[in-house]
Write a protein that binds this ligand. Structure first.
Ligand code: NAD
Length: 254
């Protein structure tokens, strides 16, 4: 098994990509700490993993809340003694042009998508530095690199995650901590369903247009992203430091 004995913390693991990754990592032998702001969703994923013979625990926390994050990380250390892998996956979507978007919506996107990554990493890093090893996977997006209609605010948060990843890598490489970023294209999850419903009068037609932008004409699945996360979490990617990893059906290249 590729993650035997590893302790993994995944934020936003109650749904979509985070949930698929939690299930895959557990199959590969990791003890998975499932975090989510939604207790019901997180507990459901933990139940499914444990019923399938894996090892998972739920810790609820809002990644934007410093006290909740601190308590979550302390709980992981108290229970498991270490954290080998942190997957900063929690994120929210924002749709709309800049001038139309309410200030509180902009603030929340910045807080969850970028400040959340900083806050969770900040609390996990001292333990990884002491262990002298760790892998941090930050969830960016292909929109960090390409323009897309009405996604400027979301794209800005994900561009910030990519920039954060590269400079974090420089700071923490001396501690044998690797920091890499995932840049998915359109992956069919509740996140995309909600986005399509809120942004378009005809969500199915919009989905077809998005598919046409992918070079293979298909949408990604949460499992496609989970497989890339598995590689970055495992020692197989030991020579990858500060790398952007595209799982985008070729949309950035096309
Ligand atoms: P999703 O909505 O299915 O899952 C996101 C999870 O994060 C939810 O369970 C939600 O409750 C949780 N969450 C939200 N705010 C939180 C907070 N403050 N604290 C803790 N948990 C919180 O979405 P998904 O499609 O699986 O997306 C996961 C990540 O992948 C996000 O960061 C998203 O930006 C990114 N992403 C998604 C796509 C895509 O096409 N689906 C593409 C590129 C990047």
């Amino acid at each position: 098994m590729r993650l035997s004995g590893k302790i993994v913390l995944i934020t936003g693991a109650g749904s979509g990509i985070g949930a698929s990754t939690a299930k895959l990592f557990a199959k590969e032998g990791a003890s998975v700490i499932v975090n989510d702001i939604s207790e019901a969703d997180g507990i459901q994923i933990v139940k499914e993993i444990n019923e399938a013979g894996g090892k998972a625990t739920f810790i609820g926390a809002d990644v934007t809340d410093r006290d909740q994050v601190k308590a979550m990380v302390e709980q992981v250390i108290a229970q498991c003694k270490q954290i080998d892998v942190l997957f900063n996956n929690a994120g929210i979507s924002v749709v709309g042009t800049l001038h139309e978007t309410e200030d509180d919506v902009i603030d929340r996107a910045m807080q969850v998508n970028i400040k959340g990554v900083c806050t969770v990493s900040k609390h996990v890093l001292p333990y990884m530095m002491e262990q002298k090893q760790g892998s941090i996977i930050n969830m960016s997006s292909c929109l960090a690199e390409i323009g897309f209609l009405r996604r400027a605010i979301y794209a800005a948060t994900k561009g910030a995650v990519l920039a954060l990843t590269k400079s974090m890598q420089v700071d923490y490489a001396p501690y044998n901590i690797r920091v890499n970023a995932l840049l998915p294209g359109t992956i069919y999850t509740p996140f995309v369903e909600n986005y399509l419903k809120s942004a378009y009068e005809d969500p199915e037609a919009a989905l077809e247009k998005i598919k046409q932008r992918q070079l293979n004409g298909q949408l990604g699945t949460p499992e496609d992203v989970a497989n890339a996360a598995l590689f970055l979490a495992s020692d197989e990617s030991k020579f990858m430091l500060g790398s952007p990893v595209y799982i985008d059906g070729g949309v950035v290249s096309g």
